[in-house]
Design a protein around this ligand. Structure first.
Ligand code: NDP
Length: 496
């Protein structure tokens, strides 16, 4: 039963990265009356579970990064021995005391506490910006009405001239027999303990490579990575993909390229058999204790009343929007992963801000998708901004100069770790404009953020060259690459 009806300038459905940013900016910058609707908090998303902060904060970027930090200490401990530290014993071969052990459950308890704190903070951020936070499930009844069903079943009607959909996305499973025995990233980020046996991770994208590293760093059993392509991280620069793949193998992850999972058989608790077909067409079996499917995400469009008002979806099931985040229904807008543009938190933030300005700032504003930097937190991480070598060749006419530097980081010369850092610049020869920067190695995301500013400013290679390096650092390599590794003819038509 409807108990109340309230009037706002904006009702946002979803308090994740895009929804919170848009609501906050609309209220605090443009002084409009905003309500933001979100499901009650929980670690694993479902029809009735969500939480302020959304995927990034509760079951994505933030908890993942905490686990990446946790997993990386093993490597630090190993490297420390090379620097004379006797960690947990003499460190000699067979010295059991020297083998560091990790307690997953204590890490998870601390992770969960931090995520709950952040969830509260996100609610407070909204409230202190003057946004009315409404807990419950929001569904659009007509273009200016959102009905919210609270956890206790009571209903509220929120009316506004503008409705913003920012419901994000959900992890998907590949439809094979026994898929119900596999977990998804939400579950992996909430696991109370690791299973007593090998883990298989399916997929080779962001989430798969990041979790392969987390499990490898914390788990005492084998970690397998199975994927359908010949290399991990499709879409990234080819040389970087190769480097990441080599690093995964060198760090002990068992990679299975060109594989197609066909079935998951459950023999008992923590006893699974993953059936798959390999590159040669042979049907193989892998006994494991857990299977993580990291095989993509899809926009969360169900149950929010889109059909009722005729909001159009694209072929991938995402909400169709124009360059200003407007749907086909006047007054209904959408930002973030539910629109499946570039599915990254900082992009959702940008879309949220552009929306607020378009809707309430009196200026239609397009998000700017040029030179969006991103990082994959595999170990060591990959970070990138701008064109890959392959994209640059396809896009531009004229020659493309490529500068590549592959070296052993200084720290490893003493620690003995056998791993190379890769740095790469892609340059348009005629204009000297730097089209892309790529790195696989420690601190790559921290370094790449600064280079993203340079690219956004249209930096030329000569300006990289005239920049004085910080010595000794890995980052200085980006401004000291003087010798072209190769020049390739562009096959595209774009000019600079
Ligand atoms: P990705 O798109 O990165 O990777 C999906 C993987 O699943 C690919 O390896 C893909 O293979 C594989 N796959 C898809 N369908 C099938 C299938 N039917 N059978 C076998 N394999 C399949 O998605 P993720 O789930 O890793 O991440 C989702 C998005 O979330 C990312 O695209 C990114 O935008 C965002 N994200 C960002 C992070 C960051 O910024 N660090 C971290 C995590 C997520 P193929 O390549 O062959 O298609």
């Amino acid at each position: 039963m409807t108990s109340s009806e309230e009037h706002f300038d904006l009702v946002t459905i979803g308090a994740g990265s895009g929804g919170v940013r848009a609501s906050r900016f609309a209220a605090s910058l443009y002084g409009v009356k905003v309500a933001c609707v979100e499901l009650p908090f929980g670690f694993i998303a479902s029809e009735n579970v969500g939480g302020a902060g959304g995927t990034c904060v509760i079951r994505g970027c933030v908890p993942k990064k905490l686990l990446v930090y946790g997993a990386a200490f093993g490597e630090e401990i190993a490297d420390a021995r090379g620097f004379g530290w006797a960690v947990g014993g003499g460190g000699g071969e067979g010295d059991e005391a020297a083998t560091p052990t990790h307690d997953w459950s204590s890490l998870m308890k601390l992770k969960s506490k931090e995520i709950q704190r952040l969830n509260t903070t996100y609610g407070n951020i909204l409230r202190s910006a003057g946004v009315t936070f409404v807990e419950g499930r929001g569904a659009i009844l007509d273009p200016q009405t959102v009905e919210v069903t609270a956890p206790d079943g009571s209903k509220r009607l929120l009316r506004a001239k503008n409705v913003l959909i920012a419901t994000g996305g959900v992890a998907t499973k590949i439809p094979i027999e026994g898929a119900e025995h596999a977990i998804i990233s939400d579950d992996a980020l909430a696991l109370e303990s690791l299973p007593d046996g090998p883990i298989a991770v399916l997929g080779a994208g962001y989430i798969a490579t990041e979790f392969a590293g987390i499990f490898r760093g914390t788990h005492r059993h084998a970690v397998h990575l199975l994927f359908r392509g010949d290399k991990v991280l499709r879409g990234f620069d080819e040389e970087c993909r190769q480097q990441v793949q080599e690093n995964l193998v060198r760090r002990g992850i068992v990679t299975h390229p060109n594989c197609k999972p066909t079935r998951i058989e459950k023999l008992g608790e923590g006893q699974l058999v993953l059936h798959y077909v390999n590159a040669e067409g042979a049907e193989l079996q892998l006994p494991v204790a857990m299977v993580l499917m990291a095989t993509g995400r899809k926009p969360r469009v169900e149950g929010i009343g889109l059909e009722a008002v005729g909001v159009e979806l694209d072929a991938a099931g995402a909400i169709k929007v124009d360059e200003f985040s407007r749907t086909n229904v006047p007054g209904i807008w959408a930002v973030g992963d539910v629109t499946n543009r570039i599915n990254l938190t900082p992009v959702a933030l940008m879309e949220g801000m552009a929306f607020a300005k378009s809707a309430f700032g009196g200026e239609l504003t397009k998000p700017d998708y040029r030179d969006v930097a991103s990082a994959v937190f595999c170990q060591p991480p990959l970070a990138t901004v701008g064109y890959t070598e392959e994209q640059a060749i396809k896009e531009f006419s004229g020659n493309i100069d490529v500068y590549v530097s592959r070296f052993r980081p200084m720290k490893y010369t003493i620690s003995g770790r056998d791993e190379k850092t890769l740095m790469k610049l892609v340059v348009h020869a005629e204009s000297d404009k730097v089209l892309g920067c790529h790195m696989v190695g420690p601190d790559a995301p921290e370094i790449m953020q600064g280079l993203a500013v340079a690219l956004k400013c249209g930096a030329r290679k000569a300006q990289f060259d005239s920049t004085v390096g910080i010595h000794p650092s890995a980052a200085e390599e980006f401004v000291t690459m003087r010798t072209r590794t190769r020049t390739l003819p562009g096959t595209g038509t774009s000019k600079l």
